[in-house]
Design a protein around this ligand. Structure first.
Ligand SMILES: [Zn+2]
Length: 320
């Protein structure tokens, strides 16, 4: 059985990139760091703070950093005494990733005819960070059940996927502010997809038929490039993929996707989700023994998005 996240030692990682950046103008509707009022929602109502969805595919979607809501009676984290560098304290949202995760779930349902497993934080990162070990993820003990709900759900789904399908993939969605046109892969340089590599060979991780290879052929700018080079320092994979990846006890290959702003902007999210679902259909056919229904040429999406160029606004680094 997979060891509990509560038992896991966090491995220091070089996750942050504290450079200034640009984000897209259309993020303004969600770009404020002000948390929404949730004073009518008791902490006991965990569904108000974590979206959880069971599925019927060996595919899981996680998004820990896109949430916007506050938590009644809980003050914002201060980070006192915590490092602010890689894997440390940071409260900025991955703007648009909560919405993107729902879009990806919907696109997978449309592409496969079945739903993935989904865990999405609705809580603003100022109150809790699910992509950190518990001892630095929150400060108010009232957040413990919310944090536990996120990870207990992921743990439960990893076990369920293993029991039902004997293999699975976990896609952990994030936003980065270093390159708006790029999606970075984070697998600890292949560690968190150990089962995939050992079962199907290294090409399954970095070849043209790897998930990122399949995304590249759909017009995405991906990193590393070439895919067999080292992953970008700062985006090599955080606590979630390190906790649930197949280097642990279950055959769940975990990949962190760090989306640039162009992929998360409201006008592009549906296309991003559709591309990812279509690439996952190819991936599933080769590595998960799951055949998605064929797609007609008229609906297949193989070209780069023609969405208007983003309007560059401002300022803050978004990481994972
Ligand atoms: Zn993130």
């Amino acid at each position: 059985m997979k060891e509990s996240w509560k038992q896991m030692m966090f491995e220091p990682t070089d996750r942050y990139c504290w450079t200034l950046l640009s984000i897209v103008a259309s993020f303004c509707e969600t770009g404020s760091l002000g948390a929404q009022d949730s004073s009518t929602r008791p902490v006991s109502d965990l569904s108000a703070f974590v979206f959880v969805q069971g599925g019927d595919l060996p595919i899981m979607v996680s998004a820990p950093h896109g949430g916007k809501v506050g938590v009644p009676g809980v003050t914002e984290r201060t980070g006192a005494g915590l490092a602010t560098g890689p894997s440390g304290f940071f409260t900025g949202r991955d703007t648009g990733t909560e919405e993107l995760a729902h879009a990806v779930s919907d696109a997978i349902k449309k592409r496969f005819g079945k739903s993935p497993f989904v865990v999405i934080s609705k809580v603003h990162r100022k109150f809790m960070d699910p992509n950190r070990p518990a001892d630095i993820a929150f400060e108010d003990p009232k957040m413990q059940p919310v944090y536990d709900h996120y990870h207990d759900s992921l743990s439960k789904y990893c076990r369920e996927v293993t029991d039902r399908f004997q293999v699975g993939v976990l896609i952990d969605l994030h936003g980065q502010g270093s390159r708006a046109d790029t999606v970075f892969r984070g697998t600890k340089n292949g560690l968190t997809v150990t089962h995939l590599r050992e079962t199907f060979g290294e090409a399954a991780h970095h070849g043209s038929q790897s998930l990122f290879g399949l995304l590249s052929t759909r017009g995405w700018t991906v990193h590393p490039s070439p895919l067999d080079e080292k992953e970008q320092s700062g985006f090599t994979g955080g606590f979630i993929v390190q906790s649930y990846g197949s280097h642990k006890s279950l055959p769940i290959d975990a990949m962190q996707l760090e989306f640039g702003a162009e992929y998360r902007v409201a006008s592009r999210r549906a296309k991003t989700a559709e591309d990812l679902a279509d690439a996952l259909a190819d991936y599933a056919g080769q590595y998960l023994q799951i055949k998605a229904p064929p797609v007609s040429k008229t609906t297949a999406t193989k070209s780069k998005s023609t969405a208007n160029p983003p309007i560059i606004l401002q300022f803050r680094t978004v990481d994972h």
